[in-house]
Design a protein around this ligand. Structure first.
Ligand SMILES: [Zn+2]
Length: 467
């Protein structure tokens, strides 16, 4: 099947016959408009941006209406009404409600305070990432500076690449209002954080949002030490090769590694080969974080909760292990190595999967406890059962969630697995305000908002951070 693209028919004007495009291309790339395919691509890009602007405007209007209605009804704080609207918007957009909130807050700020930027977004001249950069910087500025920055940024954003624009914006604000720039950097520093993203290929990305001065120091230290190790390894390899070469009467071949540098990042090294410089940097970085002593007075228990099929443990099959929050998998060899690690302290649970929750045997998930708070054992079983926050689309691991009584304890709800569910703090609060409802009781495994595998009672691993 081929997919056709329609090329706009242009009205040609003037001696140089530049096509009239809506919106017009920025001057720097205007010459590209002579190529009909590129002109068409520009128009399609603009159309997508306009559609995005219209979509966000509709969601902002919806949020405003929900807030107004909640005010009329009374009793619900504006902030909670906004969160409830963002939750619904997130389901429509297919992102977490946190992400939807960030996007809609930025769009709302632009609509209210950045008329030039908002206009450029609606005419298709700039996209959402650029708009967000202007908002991020703009929300720290005084009104009179904001108006100057808004006008200039809307124009520059259309003409520059995303990263070039970000650097230009920082320079422009620093030049226009140095105090505002200082305030901006100070506020941005309060947003420092570390993020972990587990990918489906057995690898993860660890990212840290840090003050540049600290990141630059880490970078320098990492690069100096890695290069030292790398040179030492090359020297050793060269000596070994020279010795072997002298024996065999042939030239050394260590040069295979000679060209390995940062530019080779991402090129997989073959098993048995010396690590490339990029691989060494990653290894050292990981080792620093995993093995350096912390200043905690009590030992740090870094507990990793994973589910390993029994047949994988025995070696009959090679099914991968899965983390309790279902966000990453571990291949069978690594899972067996972890299970057999003599330095690790293991807590084993037996897990049974059942097609229907109603067929439960007697296990920790069927016991009713007399207190309000679930004991650790039940808590862990629910972490395995639920995996993550039970709100549709939310990916907060159950380990970091509250265990909420679906029927509140004060209203006669019991402390047992079928009345408890994992809810992150944000969604727990939404439920308390009546904006989030538990799934229908009974066949919970058929509800799309829950992971399909439930009633698990499975192994956990505990191993010390420092080994
Ligand atoms: Zn949640």
């Amino acid at each position: 099947m081929t997919v056709g693209v329609s090329y706009p028919t242009f009205r040609l004007v003037g001696m140089d016959q530049l096509p009239v495009l809506d919106p017009p291309m920025p001057q720097a790339v205007e010459h590209l408009g002579f190529e009909p395919e590129l002109a068409a691509a520009w128009e399609h890009q603009a159309a997508a941006r306009k559609a995005e602007a219209a979509k966000l405007t509709a969601l902002l209007d919806y949020t405003d209406r929900v807030v107004a209605e909640c005010r009329t009804e009374g009793g619900i704080p504006d902030q909670e009404a906004v969160r409830a609207a963002h939750l619904e918007a997130s389901q429509l957009l297919g992102v977490s409600d946190m992400t939807a909130g960030v996007i809609l807050d930025a769009a709302g700020f632009a609509r209210n305070h950045l008329p030039a930027t908002w206009q450029a977004f609606h005419t298709g001249l700039i996209d959402l990432p650029r708009l967000r950069k202007i908002v991020d910087a703009g929300c720290e500025l005084d009104d009179h500076v904001l108006a100057i920055v808004d006008a200039a940024a809307a124009e520059q954003a259309a003409a520059r690449s995303t990263s070039d624009f970000a650097h230009w914006l920082a320079r422009y604000i620093a030049k226009t209002d140095f105090e505002a720039y200082e305030r901006l950097t100070r506020t941005t520093r309060t947003r420092r954080h570390v993020q972990f993203a587990h990918l489906p290929n057995g690898m993860s990305i660890v990212s840290a949002f840090l003050p540049t001065i600290e990141a630059a120091a880490i970078e320098k230290r990492l690069k100096i030490i890695t290069r030292r190790h790398h040179s030492a390894a090359k020297d050793t390899a060269a000596k070994d090769t020279a010795a072997a070469g002298a024996q065999q009467g042939s030239a050394g071949s260590w040069s295979r590694e000679h060209g390995a540098g940062a530019g080779e990042c991402g090129r997989p090294g073959q098993a048995g080969e010396s690590p490339t410089l990029a691989q060494r940097e990653a290894d050292l970085f990981s080792a620093w974080l995993r093995t350096n002593p912390t200043d905690e007075s009590t030992p740090v228990e870094a507990k990793i909760m994973i589910m390993i099929p029994e047949t994988t443990l025995t070696g009959e099959t090679n099914e991968p292990a899965i983390s309790a929050d279902r966000s990453w998998a571990l291949d069978a060899d690594q899972a067996r190595a972890l299970a057999g690690d003599p330095d690790a302290e293991h807590n084993w649970y037996e897990g049974i999967t059942r097609p229907r929750a109603g067929d439960a045997d007697v296990d920790v998930l069927t016991v009713t406890y007399s207190g309000r708070y679930p004991p650790q054992r039940l808590r862990e079983a629910i972490i395995f059962r639920d995996g993550r926050c039970q709100t549709q689309g939310c990916t907060v691991a159950a380990e970091r969630c509250d265990l909420d009584h679906q029927i509140p304890w004060d209203s006669g709800g019991t402390t047992q697995a079928k009345n408890l569910w994992a809810l992150c703090r944000r969604h727990h609060r939404l439920k308390s305000h009546g904006h989030l409802h538990p799934p229908p009781r009974g066949d919970t495994e058929t509800s799309p908002s829950r992971p399909p595998v439930i009633d698990l009672w499975l192994p956990t691993h505990t191993f010390p951070l420092i080994t």
